[in-house]
Design a protein around this ligand. Structure first.
Ligand code: FHN
Length: 475
């Protein structure tokens, strides 16, 4: 992936690039394999139309790692649940025995889709194959899959695809194209198969053999057996040269030209993926997405119950939308097929808010202002990456539609609250939730003020709509 500054951006806008790139580096995606920034492309814009409107998606990390759930032979493995095999250096021959125990009899695809709908999410992305190499779908390319290797014998992706089709939910597949710890030629398993690269930096494994015999055929299977695929979410493009990345892109474009490619293939994708849980400090008009955890892991761990509260989820969603991005928020189902109840409850609470206030989110564009995001330290302080320290503000955010601005307050604003200067005449100010007018007055300095009732009608987040003349803000 790569992140590029928006042309002519204000100082805050310039922050998008640095934060994005640093986050990518931190998430283990080598700079050398960042994709080139997408060139203007009408076909891509057409593909992206639904994605830009959707704004909010459900990420699902589910696989064999849900069984150990962070613990191997009584020892807690540090880090992400889905990285257990790597972090505890579990040999393939041991780890693959988990398949014989995978029998999630409580898995109900319709219930998962219902959760996404209740949460107000517009697309789902599920791990078809994560770095452990286990496919959650029937595959002819490898018998290490949920149908052939488990007592469950059900094709999880097929059931989810059917439920999504029934319920009008878009479905995309996460596919770890590069790391595959089950295969001698895949990247990442150094404990069974030795280092990926020799001391001279050259590849030591038959990586292309793995790509051609497993990864590429499996991506073809995903694109031919499950109906329309909204997107393929590639990840950690180690050793993904542009030529290798292009092979995947060609498969996607040939089999399903409307399918989106995320920003982590290793060659140009359709949109930018930030680092995990990273939200840039500024807006961008280019399509982008933040993948994020609802606790601190993607795959289920019994010891991580630190769920983000509904108010936090809503702040992050609206913060991201006000900067032009999408929020792909993850849940980690358990080995029995259920999604932890507490995470469901928080998602549903946020979803109830969205049912009332969704107009401020879905298909909304970024803020025309930017000063509300925060500012650089006036004392010239540096952050941990040695870059100018950005001090974020989290009091309110703005999202936009033609002729309308949506001010979402997360704390009671000053009374009166002065909206940033704009030349358009404000015609009406009202609360989105109940349509009640909010008194406003135009100041001589071009700043309209309004006063919101106290206490704030919805303490979690209250949206005030500012209607104005014209379709775009003039400053
Ligand atoms: O290594 C993976 C990780 O397990 C998880 O899937 C995340 C989701 O964005 N991606 C990688 C790390 O960035």
């Amino acid at each position: 992936m790569s992140c590029r500054r928006s042309p002519g951006g204000r100082p805050a806008a310039r922050r998008f690039t640095a934060v994005c790139l640093a986050a990518v580096a931190a998430s283990g995606i080598a700079r050398a394999h960042q994709a080139q920034p997408p060139q203007p492309d009408p076909a891509r814009e057409h593909r992206l139309a639904w994605f830009r409107a959707a704004k909010y998606g459900l990420f699902i990390h589910w696989g064999l790692y849900a069984i150990p759930a962070g613990e191997w032979h009584g020892r807690r493995c540090p880090g992400l649940g889905e990285w257990l095999m790597n972090r505890c250096q579990v040999p393939v021959r041991e780890y693959e025995q988990l398949a014989a125990r995978f029998n999630p009899v409580k898995f109900d695809a319709d219930a998962w889709v219902q959760l996404a709908q209740d949460a107000g999410m517009k697309y789902i992305v599920i791990t078809a194959k994560h770095h452990d190499g286990f496919a959650m779908f029937k595959s002819n390319a490898s018998s290490y899959n949920v149908v052939d290797a488990t007592p469950f014998k059900r094709d999880v992706l097929k059931e989810l695809a059917d439920a999504c089709a029934r319920r009008g939910m878009r479905l995309g597949f996460y596919y770890s194209q590069s790391q595959d710890w089950h295969e001698p030629g895949g990247a990442g398993n150094t404990w069974d198969f030795g280092p990926d690269l020799g001391p001279d930096g050259r590849e030591r494994k038959d990586y292309d053999g793995y790509l051609r015999s497993k990864a590429e055929p499996q991506v073809r299977e995903l694109l031919t057996r499950y109906g329309p695929v909204a997107l393929i979410w590639f990840d950690t493009p180690r050793s993904m040269t542009p030529e290798r990345g292009q092979r995947f892109a060609t498969i996607v474009r040939t089999l399903q030209p409307s399918t989106l490619i995320d920003g982590r293939l290793g060659t140009e994708g359709d949109y930018r993926s930030t680092g995990d849980n990273v939200v840039p400090d500024a807006a961008s008009g280019l399509a982008w997405e933040t993948p994020a955890t609802i606790n601190h892991t993607w795959g289920y761990r019994t010891d991580d119950t630190d769920w983000k509260a509904p108010g936090t989820i809503l702040f992050k969603l609206i913060d991201i939308v006000s900067k032009g991005g999408n929020y792909l928020l993850n849940v980690g189902p358990m080995a029995d097929g259920l999604i932890p109840q507490a995470s469901q409850a928080n998602l549903r609470t946020a979803g109830r808010w969205l049912r009332v206030n969704g107009e401020a989110v879905y298909a909304a564009g970024p803020s025309p202002f930017g000063e509300e995001f925060g500012e650089y330290s006036a004392r010239g302080a540096l952050d941990v990456r040695g870059q100018k320290l950005f001090l974020p503000q989290t009091e309110w955010r703005v999202t936009a539609k033609p002729g309308r601005l949506y001010f979402t307050f997360f704390n009671e604003p000053r009374a009166p609250f002065a909206i940033p200067a704009m030349r358009n005449r404000v015609t009406r100010v009202y609360r989105l939730a109940d349509g009640v007018d909010v008194p406003f007055s135009a100041g001589g300095d071009g700043r309209t003020t309004f006063t919101l009732d106290r206490p704030m009608p919805d303490p979690m987040a209250t949206v005030v709509v500012v209607a104005y003349e014209g379709s775009a803000v003039r400053r």
